[in-house]
Design a protein around this ligand. Structure first.
Ligand code: GPK
Length: 815
């Protein structure tokens, strides 16, 4: 039932119409009188009303899509970290005021309704969340752009902290059903694994026939992506794996029940679980199956749709379709599209290759060597026999060409091969097979050109570009910080909220000097801090002082992100307070959150250290209100939405050169937090935007790190020996100071025995100094709020609307 107001096409216009429809729907889903309904019923009812409204628009959009009037963008990604959708849909529909007021009048708790939605954790962190922000912005800007990924039955684990340690619990996000997806069994396709390739000559042409394969059914579940107050509804298509027949009947009839069941569970295992490590390549066969699964299924539907529109021909495909691959996990798009064009559509190799390159573009998200995907050749060859042959041929032709053009650089040519050392180098495949390769921040793209992919850059200089990441302000500012949104509206008008128009926040700059405005900004921050403090009190029983500085580091736990540096500084502050409890320090609350990959032992030790320090500090009557440490468990999109608006300091302290971009840094900034960071990733561009006076930077530069790493010269022991503060702190790590069982030998050894790979000790003194400066600036609240206002005013370029516009101009050229 669409709640159509008579005078409008599809928007619910009157509160009265909505009120009636909501009550009716609650009674339908609950089978009870409205007065008897639970929050769950109310959630289900509101979700249904929203879906009814959106699906009506969706149908119109899909028919527009089928006509292929515009070029379509497809984001292929192994992760889409979408977060809760109900409120985002309500806001994007323009229903927010109506829903808030009506529910309020009905005595219904809207916040509680929202909390009923299980936050789907279909991603690990930045890479997956970026895709979700990109989908939001693409729709907001009215571009036809869609996601293609995997519908994991189990998303990222739920993190509990038990006895100070991370414990992983399965996240059963589909337990109560999911109202925002539509399953489309009629659009299911078959994905083929294993088997052999038979070659046959038909009419003088070689035919490659894949036989004896294991088929798996890929079933699509579509989630609508609703644009902000426009009539665009795009799709996020997530594939679920099923056996081709629910029971393998012949096997079953022969009495082999177990075998039939085994086939079923083998097929289903493909979309069973999200691999929980970010930045870690594990090389597991199941992961390779996953990669081919969504690539093959996604391309099949896109090709089928295109051919239907184009009278059965693939001609002109690259003019209408962009396949954008999010890191190398979907790099099999290159050989798979070649397989379709050559084997199925009968194009000559060279024509097919030209079409493939023109269709595909590639974004790299890290320079960390341990994240680079390299699959054993045997594994690829066995699992994907025909695809592997095509990779071999791509590789052979590439090396031939290189040796032809650069006969005197044979060594370099071979170093760029896709196939070498018994492995398939996925980044090489992705670069060779696309027309565009980009990094995700200026510095990162420069490192790609000059170090990581410098040989490729020499050969294909025009292929390389840069698009700095962005985040959606609609979720991470307008949605999660309503106080700030209203203040901005009241101060500079509402134009800044138009998609693609966030840079008009610069109109705020004059108000940075305005005491009344700054006072209001401070009040809003204080209210957000109280909101977070309430949540932490309720969930963890820890009482925070909302007048202390909220200094926040939330992100995946990783050595290069250096949560360790942060906690070492906390220990220093604690030591100082122990020796002088009356020291005149500005009270600080250090807030940490983030998950560690279950197999990443070192990162889990860092989590344990933070929690152990928190226990000690928070229970020491000596430190009173001056120092608090909290580790908020189970960081996810919804928890993030509570934390960013409450932050005053945004800790972005990675070893320079290691963080490709960061996106948390942008979410903090648009909520008025000041960045305390190294000159790494997009921090560099944040500093450029706001000016060096409005950020706190410290530490080695990427060039200094590079020089130490290539020429040597860093000895962590020397730093340690010359700094008594470090001697005391590191001593405490192994002396049992933090409780008998709590030795942190592994961390101690990494810093002193293994020469501190991430320069924690080297950057310690400058970090301490900058923290002292932060405290001093905070004493002057006027100055602080002014800096905060300047940060917000310049945050517009970090909207993902700007990123999408850049991709459009530099890569996809939709218009
Ligand atoms: C990069 F390589 C990867 C990865 O496997 N997972 C992941 O989240 C992140 N990332 C980078 O670490 C961030 O710097 C970056 O902002 C984000 O991807 C999005 O580009």
């Amino acid at each position: 039932m669409a709640i159509t107001d008579k005078n409008t096409k599809h928007k619910v216009k009157t509160k009265e119409a909505f009120r009636k429809a909501f009550i009716k729907k609650v009674e339908e889903v609950s089978g009870e009188d409205f007065s008897e309904s639970t929050t769950r019923h109310q959630y289900e009812a509101l979700a249904e009303l929203v879906m009814e409204e959106i699906t009506a628009e969706w149908a119109v959009n899909n028919s527009r899509l089928h006509k292929m009037e515009e070029k379509q963008i497809y984001f292929f990604s192994i992760e889409f970290l979408i977060g809760r959708l109900l409120k985002a849909y309500v806001n994007n529909l323009g229903w927010d005021t109506m829903v808030e007021e009506t529910l309020d009048e009905l005595g219904v708790d809207y916040e509680a309704i929202q909390a009923e939605e299980h936050d789907p954790a279909l991603g690990n962190g930045g890479l997956g969340r970026l895709m979700a922000c990109f989908l939001d912005s693409t729709a907001a800007l009215g571009f036809p752009g869609h996601g293609n990924g995997i519908r994991y039955k189990y998303g990222l684990f739920e993190q509990k902290i038990i006895n100070d340690e991370q414990v992983e619990v399965a996240d059963i996000w589909l337990k109560n059903g999911y109202p925002f997806e539509i399953v489309k069994p009629d659009k299911a396709v078959v994905v083929k694994y294993n088997g052999d390739v038979r070659v046959e000559e038909v009419n003088g042409k070689m035919q490659f026939i894949h036989e004896n394969y294991d088929p798996v059914l890929a079933v699509p579940y579509d989630i609508p992506v609703k644009g902000y107050r426009n009539n665009t509804v795009n799709s996020l298509r997530l594939w679920s794996a099923k056996p081709v027949e629910d029971f393998d009947l012949s096997t079953f009839n022969q009495g082999h029940f177990l075998k039939a069941m085994q086939r079923k569970s083998e097929a289903e295992s493909i979309s069973q679980i999200l691999y929980p490590s970010d930045h870690g390549f594990e090389g597991k066969l199941l992961r390779l199956k996953q990669e081919y699964f969504f690539v093959c299924a996604g391309l099949k539907r896109i090709v089928r749709r295109y051919k239907k529109h184009n009278h059965g021909s693939m001609d002109g495909f690259p003019d209408k379709i962009c396949i954008h691959i999010n890191d190398t996990h979907p790099a099999l798009c290159v050989p798979e599209l070649m397989r379709i064009l050559v084997d199925e559509e009968g194009y000559d190799w060279d024509v097919a290759w030209d079409m493939t390159i023109k269709s595909i573009s590639f974004t790299n998200h890290t320079v960390l060597p341990e994240a680079l995907e390299k699959w054993p050749i045997d594994m690829v060859q066995k699992l994907l026999p025909r695809v592997y042959q095509i990779i071999e041929e791509i590789n052979r032709r590439f090396i031939n060409d290189m040796n032809w053009f650069y006969p005197d650089q044979v060594d370099r040519n071979y170093s760029m091969a896709i196939l070498k050392d018994g492995q398939v180098h996925m980044a090489h495949l992705a670069i060779i097979g696309s027309h565009s390769v980009n990094g995700v921040a200026e510095l990162h793209s420069k490192i790609l050109r000059e170090e990581t992919f410098k040989d490729f850059y020499a050969v294909f200089p025009d292929r390389f570009t840069s698009v700095t990441n962005g985040v959606t302000q609609r979720r991470f500012m307008m949605g999660s910080n309503p106080g700030l949104k209203t203040l901005l509206d009241d101060t500079i008008g509402t134009d800044w909220k138009k998609p693609g128009n966030m840079c008009s926040l610069e109109a705020l700059l004059p108000y940075a000097q305005d005491a009344a405005f700054c006072q209001k900004l401070g009040d809003i921050k204080h209210a957000n801090k109280e909101r977070l403090a309430k949540y932490i009190k309720e969930t963890q029983g820890i009482v925070l002082n909302p007048d202390s500085i909220f200094d926040v580091q939330v992100k995946r736990i990783h050595e290069y992100k250096r949560q360790l540096l942060n906690i070492l500084h906390v220990i220093l502050t604690y030591n100082q307070l122990r020796s002088n409890p009356n020291a005149d320090i500005v009270p600080k609350t250090y807030i940490f959150a983030g998950k560690a990959a279950p197999s990443y032992v070192y990162a889990k030790e860092v989590i344990r250290l933070i929690n152990v320090v928190a226990d000690r500090v928070n229970n020491d009557p000596l430190v009173k209100d001056k120092l608090k440490v909290v580790f908020v468990p189970n960081f996810n999109v919804s928890v993030a939405e509570l934390i960013y608006p409450a932050a005053e300091i945004s800790e972005q302290i990675s070893t320079a050169g290691k963080e490709a971009s960061g996106t948390g840094n942008m979410k903090f900034m648009m909520n008025g937090a000041l960045t305390l960071g190294t000159m790494d990733g997009a921090n560099v561009e944040i500093a450029e935007a706001v000016g060096m006076d409005n950020v706190f930077t410290f530490g080695l530069s990427d060039t200094e790190v590079y020089n130490y790493n290539t020429h040597g010269g860093y000895r962590s022991l020397e730093v340690y020996e010359s700094d008594s503060r470090l001697q005391e702190i590191l001593g405490q790590l192994i002396s049992g100071f933090f409780g008998e069982s709590a030795g942190f030998q592994m961390i101690y050894d990494s810093l002193l025995l293994h020469n501190d790979t991430y320069f924690v000790l080297k950057d310690f003194a400058p970090y301490v100094d900058i923290q002292d400066i932060v405290s001093n600036v905070y004493r002057d609240q006027k100055q602080w709020q002014k800096m905060s206002a300047i940060n917000i005013a310049h945050s517009g370029i970090f909207s993902s609307d700007r990123s999408i516009e850049d991709y459009e101009k530099r890569v996809w050229k939709v218009k």
